[in-house]
Design a protein around this ligand. Structure first.
Ligand code: HEC
Length: 441
């Protein structure tokens, strides 16, 4: 029955050649689990496209409503939190899949002739994916989104000659605001998907012209080849299913909260980027002053060019890693640096997390009320009032601080410290900060 239908369709649509290109493509050396990362990436892109379409039904790309619309999706819409979770974790998994895909291509020397063009299109696809990550990060319009994007845009501003122009193109106006959000949204859902789809088609077109590279050793390749279907199709499908289960599990179990709604006047907020940008974020912390342009744009630009033209830089014809010392050292060194920076960044973030949030907020209150105008803490501030560097040791009593803040002159007769109208929480957190100022911390 089904073969009859197939025959009929084939007689009308001439499916046979399509089946040949899609399923009968020979893989030198046969199917392998190591070849699944390309299709895994493609699958994750489709997952992003589908979940993105559903999110777009409710998302409102304006500063007034973006944050609320995400909250609405999270709290009111059936499966809203789940779909947003899939989109969030799908993006992370896509970065991982691309990383592994590139690693495999690199290790197998699969970028070598005749596959240079395929590698270069792949690098462009990676850049487009990072464009998705950058534009998507702003859309929830929370504090993290706003300030991380601010940092990113400022970095582009450092590029000589065209920097200001690029900043204006990215921002769409004088400051990060409504115009920025609507253009990031348009780029995220229209421009980049169109580019990515064309890029994927070219990538696959070239693959069909040059064929898969197969194993690096000719001996293994000579063991015989195998068509794409059925075994490679089966392996790819298993990995896709596993990825969906993983993304769904993460979406259901790991909640990633929104930060507070974006507040453009709160310049003290320190944003944290997505995990896959952490290594770079860490690098930025180390370089200041005249060397800043080195990391804000020179290094990334040089790196992108090197990776893009890598097939022409690495002229060694061997594909076997044991005959490619330089390439392996370069690749291994890069991975060590990236993961090392990432580990340092995570360590710092973890240390910051351990600070009591009440103390952190108290510190902000301290800055907000200009206490430093009269008080010194570790050498910073004015010397009108007492040095507060170790006030937690000398005045360990919370109640004392409450009474003192409410009316200094009543607690310390003759005090010239002004009274501050502090809200209950401000009073509490400011006092927590005072009590945390101790010699042994
Ligand atoms: C106009 C200057 C001035 C400002 C502004 C000011 N203080 Fe004071 N502060 C003083 C003076 C003078 C004293 C010493 C008299 C006293 O204890 O009331 C003092 C005392 C203190 C003490 C007691 C220190 C001790 O060791 O006895 C604390 C704690 C303190 N200030 C915290 C703060 C905080 C927090 C702020 C910001 C909300 C602040 N002060 C703003 C002038 C100031």
């Amino acid at each position: 029955m089904s073969s009859k239908i197939y025959k009929w369709l084939d007689s009308r649509l001439r499916l046979q050649p399509i089946k040949q290109t899609l399923l009968d493509e020979p893989i030198p050396g046969g199917a392998s689990w190591i070849y699944v990362f390309g299709s895994a990436t493609l699958f994750l892109f489709v997952l992003q496209a589908i979940t993105g379409m559903f999110l777009a039904l409710y998302y409102a790309p304006t500063p007034d409503h973006a944050y609320d619309s995400i909250q609405f999706i999270e709290q009111e819409i059936a499966f809203g939190a789940f779909v947003r979770g899939l989109h969030h974790w799908g993006a992370s998994l896509m970065v991982v899949a691309i990383g592994l895909h590139m690693l495999q291509t690199f290790l197998y020397g699969a970028y070598k002739p005749p596959r240079e063009v395929m590698w270069m299109i792949g690098v462009v696809l990676l850049l487009i994916t990072l464009g998705f990550a950058f534009t998507g990060y702003l859309l929830p319009w929370d504090q993290n989104a706003y300030w991380a994007t601010q940092v990113g845009i400022n970095m582009v501003g450092g590029v000589p000659v065209v920097g200001d122009f690029l900043v204006r193109v990215l921002r769409g106006g004088e400051s990060l605001g409504a115009l920025t959000l609507s253009r990031f949204f348009a780029v995220h859902i229209l421009f980049l998907p169109a580019l990515l789809i064309v890029g994927i088609m070219l990538h696959l077109f070239v693959l069909r012209r040059v064929g898969p590279a197969g194993p690096w050793s000719d001996d293994r390749a000579k063991l015989g080849s195998e068509t794409f279907a059925p075994r490679q199709v089966y392996m790819d499908a298993v990995v896709m299913l596993a990825l969906f289960v993983l993304a769904a599990t993460l979406a259901l179990t790991v909640h990633f909260p929104l930060a507070d709604k974006a507040n453009p006047s709160d310049t003290t907020f320190v944003p944290v980027p997505e995990w896959y940008f952490l290594f770079y974020y860490q690098l930025l912390k180390y370089v200041h002053g005249p060397f800043e342009p080195l990391v804000t744009w020179m290094l990334p630009a040089a790196f992108i060019l090197i990776v893009l033209f890598w097939p022409f830089i690495d002229r060694n014809p061997a594909r076997n890693p044991s005959q490619r010392r330089v390439a392996m050292l370069a690749g291994g060194g890069f991975l060590i640096v990236v993961f090392g920076l990432m580990a340092l960044s995570l360590r710092d973030l973890y240390a910051e997390r351990r600070i009591d949030p009440s103390v952190a907020h108290g510190k902000a209150v301290y800055a907000q009320y200009g206490c430093a105008g009269c008080h010194v803490i570790h050498g910073e501030g004015g010397a009108v009032g007492p040095d507060l560097s170790y006030v937690g040791d000398t005045r360990p009593d919370r109640e004392w601080h409450y009474r003192h803040f409410k009316d200094p002159a009543e607690v310390v007769p003759g005090s010239t410290m002004p009274r501050f109208q502090l809200a209950e929480k401000e009073l509490h957190d400011l006092t927590s900060y005072m009590l945390s100022l101790k010699e042994d911390s």
